[in-house]
Design a protein around this ligand. Sequence first.
Ligand SMILES: Cc1cc2nc3c(=O)[nH]c(=O)nc-3n(C[C@H](O)[C@H](O)[C@H](O)COP(=O)(O)OP(=O)(O)OC[C@H]3O[C@@H](n4cnc5c(N)ncnc54)[C@H](O)[C@@H]3O)c2cc1C
Length: 399
Amino acid sequence: MKKKVVVIGGGYGGLRAIEHLALQTDIDVTLIDKHPYHYLQTEAYGYIAGRFDLHDVVIDLQDWCSGFKKKVTFIYDHATDIDFASQKVKLCSSEVTYDYLIIATGAKTNFFSFIEGLREHSFGVKSLHRAHNFRAEFEKIIYKKLQNEDDAQEINLAIGGAGLSGVEVAAEMANVVAVYKKTLGNRVASVKIHLIDASKTILPGMSDFLVQSTHKRLKSLGVHILTDAFIQKMDDSFIYFNNGDTLAYHFMIFTGGIKASDLNETIDVQKNRILQFLPDEKLNIGGYENVFAVGDCVEIKDANGRILPPTAQTAERSAEYAAAAIRKKIDKQELKPFDAKVLGVFIALGGRYASGELFGTIKVTGYSAYLLKKAITYAYYLGLKLRLNTGYKNRTKTL
Ligand SMILES: Cc1cc2nc3c(=O)[nH]c(=O)nc-3n(C[C@H](O)[C@H](O)[C@H](O)COP(=O)(O)OP(=O)(O)OC[C@H]3O[C@@H](n4cnc5c(N)ncnc54)[C@H](O)[C@@H]3O)c2cc1C
């Protein structure tokens, strides 16, 4: 009898797990996602700044699933709970049983409740609809500037959180403003980008090389960097800092924290303060050997016990491990603990510029780093696109 593997979440982790599982003839694979599309969050910086279009950042999950030789079932529904005892995933409109389960539900922006007004007055980029709203607001501002020739009023765009996503967004926005300046002249010169973080530096926890090269690039793009700056509250016109300073702003993107997605809240297993699951060394949660958690929804540590930042890379590595672990379990083979190694980090820094580090020793900045980053993202996108096109053809043939 075929084993039934259910994957909840069609993000970076979920899709990678399915790529591996769907090659195996004795496994039935089902993907569940609350959205009908895969959202390429890593490209969000380019989408909100208008450099990429919608089709560059979304992939239809039904067509993607139809692109495999064997059947991969896609269920477009919200997983609301899991009954581990009877091995069932509860959805809004039905339930699905499993032999093995991979939870890959990711995370969402953590609009900290202790910062008054943050949720009401800022945008996130971790979901497509929020990124889309922000893009529309940004275009509206540029359009208004275009209409009012004499309008020298300063427009402040604030980005809260100078981690990987915050610096990418700040750099791309600043770069796009610089590009607009070439055609719209000084009318857009009054659009300023402010990058705010409570830590002492940007990219807290990253290497000195990445911090310094990114800082230099942001400065050259004219980004105003405010570190050691604690946001106390926001209203619809001002950001108020703990030290008494204020910043008038037009809109704010918050990338300063994440918390695990809603499903984690309903599941009664060990979690950290941002609701990520605390797994054992084989990425099992709650002591269930047939349930794996991968990606942003789980706290993952490296060999030295350091918590790894949530990245697509870690989501994919952990998903590959979970897929291989399921194979080994079916074959009743020994399973080694998950070895979470970060191979490298590449940061897009506006236009054709990036900064990156590979294997901790190779360090690159500028156009060559951009080309490397582009090659990595293009390979990912192309893989999805090929599967999608095959799926589209397969699906329309049967209509
Ligand atoms: C602007 C930005 C730039 C970034 N840049 C990089 C980068 O350069 N490199 C890098 O490695 N990482 C980067 N990241 C981080 C990376 O995008 C995340 O770490 C990655 O998306 C995590 O993958 P995941 O599979 O765990 O979750 P996600 O990709 O978030 O996918 C989770 C999926 O689960 C679905 N889901 C959630 N809850 C449910 C439910 N209850 N029922 C059904 N479905 C559900 C969601 O709809 C979603 O499709 C960036 C992030 C942002 C925002």
